[in-house]
Design a protein around this ligand. Structure first.
Ligand SMILES: Nc1ncnc2c1ncn2[C@@H]1O[C@H](COP(=O)(O)OP(=O)(O)OP(=O)(O)O)[C@@H](O)[C@H]1O
Ligand SMILES: [Mg+2]
Length: 244
């Protein structure tokens, strides 16, 4: 699934968890409801706590600022909550408290661990979440070519369940093609190269930096070789987000 986050000027729906004090007679101070707004000149997380539906904590009271053009790699043990952090930033995880301030007016694109590929034409799968009609065939062919999927050009109008047809590595290259078409200001990549060899990973990241020179890249990954492709490293471990 790919989530694009258009500029947001309204707080996201608050969740009832973490708001224990509803009675007018209650004298305890109420915690602020979670708030997700696009009003900042950077990505800013303030006092963020992430939970699972059953109440276990994944992250406790974390704060973080990421400046534009400061590429960040987030590492951490499997199951520590890295993908859930991205889900909260994307606005598709309801169990959190704190404040998320997104860059104002910026185009954000989230490419999750398993990118969503809609059933339909290959052009549609590449263009998602944008309308395929927004791009000419040549534009789509050019990004497929750039990511090493030029052999797919005959199949641009073919309708398939691409998630079943394409190999894991091909799906990951398609996700990079999508990022090149979408031209985000902030790109969130969750294990986007996990199925690809190091050489392909390096080539795809340098392609992003060349074709999206103004984008800020925030990646999740386990591989040591990703470190050199980012300016800053953070680790999510034991419910804390710390410099790595
Ligand atoms: N919808 C859900 N309901 C219950 N538990 C969930 C849900 N989504 C995720 N989890 C649990 O939350 C924990 C963190 O998951 P998450 O996918 O964020 O981990 P991760 O750090 O990205 O791991 P990995 O490196 O393996 O991708 C895991 O234990 C996972 O099973
Ligand atoms: Mg994950």
């Amino acid at each position: 699934m790919t989530v694009s986050v258009p500029p947001i000027d309204m707080p996201a729906a608050s969740v009832s968890r973490g708001l224990p004090c509803f009675s007018p007679k209650c004298t305890r101070r109420r915690p602020s409801p979670p708030e997700r707004v696009a009003d900042a000149d950077q990505l800013s997380i303030e006092g963020l706590s992430l939970e699972l539906p059953q109440g276990n904590g994944l992250l406790s009271n974390a704060s973080l600022q990421v400046r534009p053009h400061q590429d960040v790699l987030v590492t951490g043990p499997s199951g520590s909550g890295k993908s859930t952090l991205f889900r909260a930033l994307a606005g598709i995880w309801p169990y959190w408290r704190g404040r998320i301030r997104l860059p104002k007016g910026a185009r954000l694109l989230f490419l999750p661990q398993k990118p969503y590929l809609p059933i339909g034409s290959l052009k549609r799968a590449v263009a998602y979440p944008d309308d395929p009609g927004k791009f000419s065939d040549d534009e789509v062919l050019a990004v497929l070519d750039a990511v090493g999927l030029s052999e797919m050009k005959e199949r641009l109008d073919q309708s398939q369940n691409w998630a079943q047809v394409l190999s894991g590595g091909e799906q990951q290259r398609l996700a990079f093609a999508r990022a090149l078409l979408y031209q985000p200001d902030w790109l969130f990549l969750d294990e986007a190269t996990a199925s690809l060899p190091d050489a392909d990973q390096d080539r795809l990241y340098s392609l992003l930096k060349k074709r999206l020179p103004n984008a800020t890249i925030v990646s999740i990954g386990h591989r040591e070789s990703l470190g050199g492709l980012h300016d800053r490293r953070l680790e999510l471990r034991d419910a804390a987000l710390v410099p790595a």
